[in-house]
Write a protein that binds this ligand. Structure first.
Ligand code: SF4
Ligand code: SF4
Length: 312
């Protein structure tokens, strides 16, 4: 598209975006839509890498999107370790997942939070750049959309993607929920707070050194994978039980079971002898889908959203 310019570019010509979320948050769907708009409508080129996570267990996932000008050699694959733009779906995972590692100087961090950019800067120990805070959970809940939509709206805005192109693609992609999704994007743009920070407080944090990919260099004879080096046993992928769960009011519950039909991990809903008795915060990942569908009775809703952010 004539006139569009990427806001960032690394030494290979890429603008690198990293979206961090939990399985079931819809980060992958949102990133795919963003990638389509970038490549099909703005004429950009790039690369895409998604790490999927179990929706049931609320496993951490991340999606890396690279954009570049057409004609740039696209020879970089896999996840981004040096993002220009970081999108954080769960602020309380910044520290456990060390999401601040590898952020480039001057990076933009979009964070789902009720906190102010200054407080998030301290959590991220951001060397320099811009922090955009948006209460995406509340916006998604109020507009009956999903968490990924307000964050996608802000991300597209920070990438300076034309608003009309994004809105048209969102409406086309999910026509039945277009109104809710567009309302979520607009709500995010009108309520976000942003602040820029200079190189005045925190040192640059290099990327995390991981064990790297499994390939011919580190395979044993016969193509066997070295289980001692690459084992995942003992890795705790369960970050679901984080305390952000719906409030249950037993006096209003009719045990209709509608909540069970939408729960991404039915273990989160505690049932005894055919009656709903509460929420199990070891399994509930706080998606609030059950709150949305729980019917309003004369005594009110049995499941309500507290809207409180857990302290990390
Ligand atoms: S949807 Fe609400 S009323 Fe129905 S069983 Fe679940 S908590 Fe109870
Ligand atoms: S209990 Fe409700 S908030 Fe928890 S995972 Fe199930 S649907 Fe989501």
């Amino acid at each position: 598209m004539v006139g569009y310019e990427l806001p960032f570019r690394d030494e290979l010509g890429f603008c690198n975006v990293l979206m961090s979320a939990l399985g079931g948050d819809g980060a992958n769907m949102a990133a795919k839509l963003l990638f389509k708009v970038g490549c099909e409508e703005l004429g950009l080129d790039g690369g895409y890498d998604a790490k999927y996570g179990s929706e049931k267990k609320g496993t951490p996932t991340d999606v890396s999107v690279r954009f570049c000008e057409p004609g740039t050699l696209v020879r970089q694959v896999g996840p981004t370790t040096r993002p220009h733009i970081l999108v954080v779906s769960h602020a309380d995972l910044i520290r456990p997942l060390e999401l601040n590692r590898g952020l480039r100087a001057g990076a933009t961090c979009i964070v789902n939070t009720v906190k102010a950019p200054g407080a998030i800067r301290d959590e991220l120990c951001l060397h320099s750049g811009k922090i955009v805070c948006v209460d995406a959970t509340r916006i998604a809940f109020e507009t009956k959309s999903r968490l990924n939509m307000p964050l996608l709206g802000v991300l597209a805005h920070e990438l300076r993607f034309p608003d009309e192109a994004m809105r048209a693609r969102i409406a086309r992609q999910w026509p039945r929920v277009a109104e809710a999704n567009l309302a979520a994007c607009s709500g995010a743009l009108t309520s976000m707070t942003a602040m820029e920070f200079g190189e005045d407080s925190y040192p640059f944090l290099p990327p995390l050194v991981t064990r790297g990919p499994i390939g011919w260099r580190n395979m044993l004879n016969g193509g066997t994978i070295d289980a001692l080096t690459h084992t995942t046993a003992g890795r705790d992928n369960r970050l679901a039980g984080r305390g952000k769960v719906p409030e249950f009011h037993p006096e209003s519950c009719t045990s209709c079971g509608i909540c069970l039909t939408v729960c991404s991990d039915p273990g989160g809903l505690l049932w005894r002898e055919g009656r709903m008795v509460g929420i199990d915060d070891r399994f509930c990942k706080g998606c609030m889908r059950c709150v949305e569908v729980c019917p309003e009775t004369k005594k009110g809703k049995a499941l309500t959203w507290v809207g409180v952010e857990v302290e990390s």
